[in-house]
Write a protein that binds this ligand. Structure first.
Ligand code: HEC
Ligand code: CU
Length: 403
C-alpha cells in the first residue's frame, strides 16, 4: 500500500484533468462519495494507463514494421530469427510484474469491501423483479418515490461518515446491487445472503424547513445531480433496465429524522397510503391503475368483478381476494396471466394490506365503492385523532401496523 500511494496520487487525484473528466462523465463530478471511491479509482486508472500505454506502443510498432518490412519486388524475405533469449525474458518478466501488481493491488482494495466493521448499521436489502426495498433497523422502508427510466423508484437514505452494512437477498432471480458513486457492487442471490458495506463521505441532501422537502445541498448541485443512483446490474427480466433506486446521503441528525418519518405511516389516510405503497412496493411495475395491461392485470375497475383462474374456478375481487392475491399469489392465477408475482408475506403490515385493499376499491368504476373507500379512510383518521386527543398527547404513535 505504502509503495502504491505515490502512484495513486499521480493517477487518481482530483487535480488530474483526465480523472476529473472521467468523474464528470460517469459520476456527476462526485469523486469521493464513499471510503472506497479513491482506492477503487486508483486501481482502475493504473490498469487504464498501463493498457493505454501498451495499446499505443503496439499499434505504432505494428504500423512502423508493416511499412519498414513490407514486400519489395526483387528483395527476398529475411529468414526470421529462431530465438532471442534476453528479449524473451524481458517480455515475459515485465508483463508478469505488471499483472501481479494489478492483481495484488486490486485484491488489497477489494478485500476490505467484503468485511464490514463491527459497528456498522445494518440495512436489509430485498430485491425482486423489478424493485429494490431496504428495511432499516427501526423497521422503516422508504415510502417516497421518484420517476427514473419511466418507473417509480424508491428514494433511500444513508448517514454520512458512518459505516453501513447491506445484507442482500432476492425474492426471485439473481440481481446485482451497484451504487456507482460509492464504487460498490455485489450480486444479490435468492436463497442466500450476500453482503457488502460502505461509509458514505459526502452529504447530498438536507431537510428544508420551509418547503418541507429533502433538497440537494449547494456543494453537490451540479448538472442534474439529484442523489446517487442504485442500479441493478444483472439482467433480471423484462424491466431490468428500469430497476433503479435513488440514494440520499444525510447528516446523522437528518438521517434519524428521515428514518422516523418513513417508519411512521399511521398519519397517512388509507387510500393515500395504498397509492403510495403501489409505487413504493413496486406493484406499479406490473399493475397499472389506468386500465392498461402490464405483466399483471390492471387494478382499475376490478373491485367487485368476478375473475376466473387458470385451470378453472373464480373469485369476486373483495378484501379477502386481494389479501390472498398479495400473500399467496400462486394459489390462484388470474386467467390470461403468468404466475409471475412473488409473495409479499411478511413485507406488509396488516394496515398496509388493508390500505391496498381500500386503494383498489377507490379505483372502482362504481361511485358507491369509491365513496365507501374514502369514507373508511376518513373515519379511521378521525378515530385516531379522537383517540390521540383523549390520551392528551398527539404523538401519533398509535399505529404503524398491526391493528
Ligand atoms: C413482477 C410483476 C408483479 C408485481 C411486482 C406485482 N404483481 Fe400482483 N400480479 C402479477 C401477475 C402476473 C398477476 C396475475 C397472476 C396471478 O394471479 O398471480 C398478479 C395478480 C395480482 C392481484 C389479483 C388481480 C386480479 O385482477 O385478480 C392482485 C390484487 C395483486 N396482484 C396485487 C399486487 C400487489 C399489492 C403488489 C405490490 C405489493 C403486486 N401485486 C406486485 C404480477 C405482479
Ligand atoms: Cu434486477
Amino acid at each position: 500500500m505504502m509503495l502504491l500511494e505515490p502512484i495513486s496520487t499521480l493517477l487518481a487525484t482530483t487535480s488530474n484533468p483526465i480523472k476529473r473528466a472521467w468523474d464528470h462523465l460517469w459520476f456527476y463530478g462526485n469523486t469521493d462519495a464513499s471510503n472506497f471511491a479513491a482506492g477503487s479509482d486508483a486501481v482502475f486508472f493504473f490498469i487504464f494507463w498501463v493498457s493505454a500505454f501498451f495499446f499505443v506502443l503496439l499499434m505504432v510498432l505494428m504500423v512502423i514494421f508493416a511499412i519498414k518490412y513490407r514486400r519489395v519486388p526483387g528483395k527476398s524475405a529475411p529468414v526470421s530469427a529462431s530465438h532471442n533469449t534476453p528479449l524473451e525474458i524481458f517480455w515475459s518478466v515485465v508483463p508478469t510484474i505488471l499483472l501481479a501488481v494489478m492483481f495484488f493491488w486490486g485484491l488489497i482494495e477489494y478485500l476490505p469491501t467484503r468485511v464490514a466493521p463491527g459497528d456498522a448499521e445494518e440495512i436489509q436489502v430485498v430485491a425482486s423483479q423489478w424493485r429494490w426495498d431496504w428495511v432499516y433497523d427501526n423497521g422503516a422502508s422508504p415510502l417516497n418515490t421518484e420517476v427514473i427510466a419511466n418507473m417509480e423508484s424508491p428514494i433511500f437514505a444513508l448517514p454520512v461518515n458512518k459505516p453501513v452494512k447491506f445484507v442482500l437477498s432476492s425474492l426471485d432471480v439473481i440481481h446485482s446491487f451497484y451504487i456507482p458513486g460509492f464504487r460498490i457492487k455485489r450480486d444479490v442471490m435468492p436463497n442466500m445472503y450476500t453482503q457488502l458495506w460502505a461509509e458514505p463521505t459526502q452529504v447530498s441532501h438536507s431537510w428544508n424547513e420551509d418547503t418541507e422537502e429533502w433538497q440537494v445541498v449547494p456543494e453537490m448541485a451540479r448538472g442534474d445531480f439529484d442523489g446517487f443512483y442504485l442500479a441493478c446490474t444483472e439482467y433480471c427480466g423484462d424491466q431490468h433496465s428500469q430497476m433503479w433506486g435513488r440514494v440520499m446521503v444525510l447528516s446523522q441528525g437528518d438521517y434519524e429524522r428521515w428514518k422516523t418519518q418513513q417508519a411512521d405511516t399511521s398519519g397517512i389516510p388509507l387510500v393515500q397510503l395504498g397509492g403510495d405503497l403501489h409505487k413504493a412496493k413496486g406493484c406499479v411495475a406490473c399493475h397499472s391503475v389506468d386500465g392498461s395491461r402490464g405483466t399483471g392485470p390492471t387494478w382499475q375497475g376490478i373491485w367487485g368483478k368476478t375473475h376466473t383462474y387458470v385451470g378453472g374456478g373464480s373469485g369476486i375481487v373483495d378484501e379477502n381476494y386481494i389479501r390472498e392475491s398479495i400473500l399467496e399469489p400462486a394459489a390462484n392465477i388470474v386467467e390470461g396471466y403468468p404466475n409471475q408475482m412473488v409473495s409479499y408475506q411478511g413485507q406488509l403490515t396488516d394496515r398496509e394490506l388493508y390500505a391496498i385493499v381500500k386503494y383498489i376499491q377507490s379505483l372502482s368504476d362504481n361511485a358507491e365503492d369509491v365513496a365507501a373507500a374514502e369514507a373508511e379512510s376518513e373515519a379511521e383518521m378521525a378515530a385516531k385523532q379522537e383517540a390521540a386527543e383523549s390520551e392528551g398527547g398527539a404523538d401519533g404513535d398509535a399505529a404503524g401496523g398491526g391493528e
